[in-house]
Design a protein. Sequence first.
Length: 412
Amino acid sequence: MLNQGFKILILILILLVSFPTGFALNSGKGTEVNQNQNSYDSIVKQIVEVERDRVLGTANKLLNVKPRTITAFSSPGNVGGKHDFHSDGPYWWPDPANPNGPYIRKDGIRNPERFQDHDKCLVYFSRIVSTETSAWLLTGKEKYAKSAMKHLTAWFIDTATLMNPNMLYSQAIKGICSGRGVGIIDAVPLMDVARSVMILEKSSFVSSQDIVIIKEWFKQFLSWLTTHPYGIDEMIAKNNHGMWWHAQVAVYARLVGDEQVLQQCLDQYKNTLLPNQMAADGSFPLELERTNPYSYSLFNLDAMASLAWTLSDKTFDVWNYTLPDGRGLLKGLDFIMPYIQNKSKWPYNKDVSHWNGQPAARQFMLFAALAGNSTQWFELWKSLEKNKNSTTSSESMALKTTLLWIDFNNKN
């Protein structure tokens, strides 16, 4: 029987051939630098050790789950068809002064009566596919790849159950609109799905024809995101919505090989997102204005970190990029770390909801550990991992599957 160390070595070898060339992340300043590969690999091995039992235990439980897409749920408020994703704006409530009239907004307070079936279905789909894909990475076993493909087929290939490649009816508001650009953020769970497809296309257990069809779905979705007025609205959004639009678009563009869109995302990050969203101290002023300033600060940092992680390659190091005044992702990490280590030091308003359950392990912490070979960030992530699956943290966490986002082709 293989010992644990040898199993992890096998995993690393599998993963090194699972990502396309060009996914390397440079960890120092400049456009192309060397980094301490041994330190990076050490952190990777530790992450695998932490994640292995949880991932495989969950993956085995999910093997026999039958695919279920949004077509299994209908909403009386959805003016689209059964293949169209629909959700209600989370912070919108009936008006006590006009119960039958348009809803009113209560920032940070989620309406539990809103239609959530499509949201929950998409999140569950993302969880299944990303977990089964991670299990395939850990073991190389066919059953996990086949299980993931079963669900991908239902959502992107089977014409009876697939989801249309748009978010036209997301975050509707009763009495006001049938959908909004801000609803595009509801598609964030597809980022883990896209990363899964990047990995599974290298598996001999997966049909290349199926991958082509799935990529075509993402090409159509990417086209909609970059041309529809809703997409344009989100692209120019000044807060986390703009950051998450770019984070999504970059991942989908990486999947389908759209270099033009990737370059546009890079330009936007350097010229608009970073200079307009980050203050001199590394905070995000527009997130601090919210009623949940702590969780929104973490949420936006997740978006910025995933965007930098996706865009960084051998030609440009987005992770360590800074403006002339020193603002950059590292400044944001430096700002937030003391308040993750000791939340009681947070100098701003407390979140109106879920304050006590935060913080939990988030993806940007692992990105920081890997990009900077930082044992401090890794140990912080590890110490908070136990809170990862709480209701509190899961509502504000977009990227939920760690192994998919590790850059295993990191040698320059």
